[in-house]
Design a protein around this ligand. Structure first.
Ligand code: PMP
Ligand code: GLN
Length: 382
């Protein structure tokens, strides 16, 4: 009989969130904020639900949002983008990534990834027929080994996937690293899929630079953003892509058969959100930076929780080897969920081959009182 066993595992976020609900534990595992997002954008979504049509919007997205994406590129990064040929709205960054992988990869093409990788990349790349070539970064410095990256490229390489700010490593790639990456991509005549969903969460004065802004890269990059991250509205699943027309064409062909489009009132409300002034975007960054400090300070007072510096994103990467726990990161995350009442995600889920077993990830996009309560519970238990 045909086998119905799936080669896809269940995502670690679903597994840990279910366990957290089951045990009434504070969920700092799956990455989602516990605030409501900017109220004016919520009001717009509700207005647009009633006073605009709710039928299929255009396949590439509503013009208002595509224009707002082009304007956002210009405002923050000085990029000149033609909204009609170079932007596309996706159903969350996840579907945007899937459209890139299914649209750009031909069976046998090689794809270079930098590990630890966000969990949806590899399964989709493999289903698209891509062959992953993985370069691993090591904590706590997360330095990119340029020679190793260079060596990962062959004549079969089609794409590099770059996630900066990077989940779960919380690394923001430096300008020097980006220049070296650009040079390698150009030398190998490849493209780059740039997952920049945390573009507005780079801390301590660091700046996020899209790879697309580097010399020679405008024609080679797809840049992906997410309203889930930028407006704390993860349930809306609105993402947006910027890419040269030639690259966007095959991506949009995959998008048409994946989802075709996404909810029109939400697209229009996100267009409104992208037009909020700098105060909104800086406020998001500053508030996340303060939460990062709050959680890291709290954890550092508990012996054995060793925080790796978080440069961006809303995740804290923690080395737990000092706790002397008898088990791996997966067992540890189950253990603290059931015994301490706090949930994290095991970082081995973000590795492709041999994974370290002593790291976990906390999401700090939570109310201060929740972060304090989580720290108090861990302190009481350990
Ligand atoms: N990329 C990264 C690095 C992420 O952390 C996430 C999770 N939000 C996504 C993509 C998916 O974004 P979305 O929820 O917009 O699909
Ligand atoms: N991006 C979120 C994270 O890293 C999770 C998204 C999801 O659950 N698929 O936690």
């Amino acid at each position: 009989a045909n086998s119905l066993l799936s080669s896809y595992g269940t995502t670690v976020f679903e597994v840990m969130s279910r366990l957290a609900i089951e045990h009434g534990s504070i969920n700092l595992g799956q990455g989602f904020p516990d605030d409501f997002g900017p109220e004016p954008a919520l009001k717009k979504a509700s207005e647009f639900l009633f006073d605009r049509p709710n039928q299929y919007p255009p396949m590439l997205g509503v013009p208002e949002l595509r224009q707002a994406v082009a304007a956002h590129n210009k405002h923050f990064y000085g990029l000149d983008v033609d909204w009609q040929t170079e932007t596309m709205v996706s159903t969350g960054a996840t579907e945007g990534l899937a459209a890139c992988f299914f649209g750009l990869i031909e069976p046998g093409d090689e794809v270079v990834l930098i590990e630890p990788t966000y969990d949806c990349y590899l399964p989709i790349i493999r289903r698209a027929g891509g062959i992953p070539r993985v370069v691993t970064l090591r904590p706590p410095e997360w330095n990119l080994d340029i020679a190793a990256l260079k060596a990962a490229f062959t004549e079969k390489t089609k794409l590099l996937v770059l996630n900066s700010p990077m989940n779960p490593a919380s690394k923001v790639f430096t300008e020097e690293e980006l220049s070296a990456i650009a040079e390698i991509v150009i030398a190998n005549d490849c493209y780059a899929v740039c997952d920049e969903v945390y573009e507005h969460m780079a801390f301590d004065g660091r700046r996020h630079h899209p790879l697309m802004t580097l010399p020679g890269m405008r024609e080679r990059c797809v840049r992906i953003g997410s309203a889930g991250k930028t407006f704390s509205l993860t349930g809306w699943k609105v993402g947006y892509l910027t890419a040269p027309a030639e690259l966007l064409q095959p991506i949009s062909k995959a998008h048409q058969f994946l989802v075709f489009t996404t909810a029109p009132n939400l697209q229009r409300a996100v267009a409104y959100g992208l037009g909020l002034g700098d105060g909104y975007f800086h406020g998001l960054r500053d508030s996340m930076q303060a939460k990062r400090n709050r959680l890291a300070d709290g954890l550092s007072r508990i012996n054995g929780f060793d925080c790796v510096e978080c440069e961006g994103t809303y995740f804290q990467f923690v080395d737990i080897s000092g706790l002397g726990f008898d088990g791996d990161d997966i067992e540890f995350c189950r253990h603290i969920t059931t015994e301490a009442g706090v949930t994290a995600v095991p970082v081995s889920a973000f590795y492709h081959g041999a994974a370290p077993k002593n790291f976990i990830r906390f999401c700090f996009a939570k109310q201060d009182a929740i972060l304090d309560e989580a720290v108090a519970k861990l302190a009481a238990y350990f």
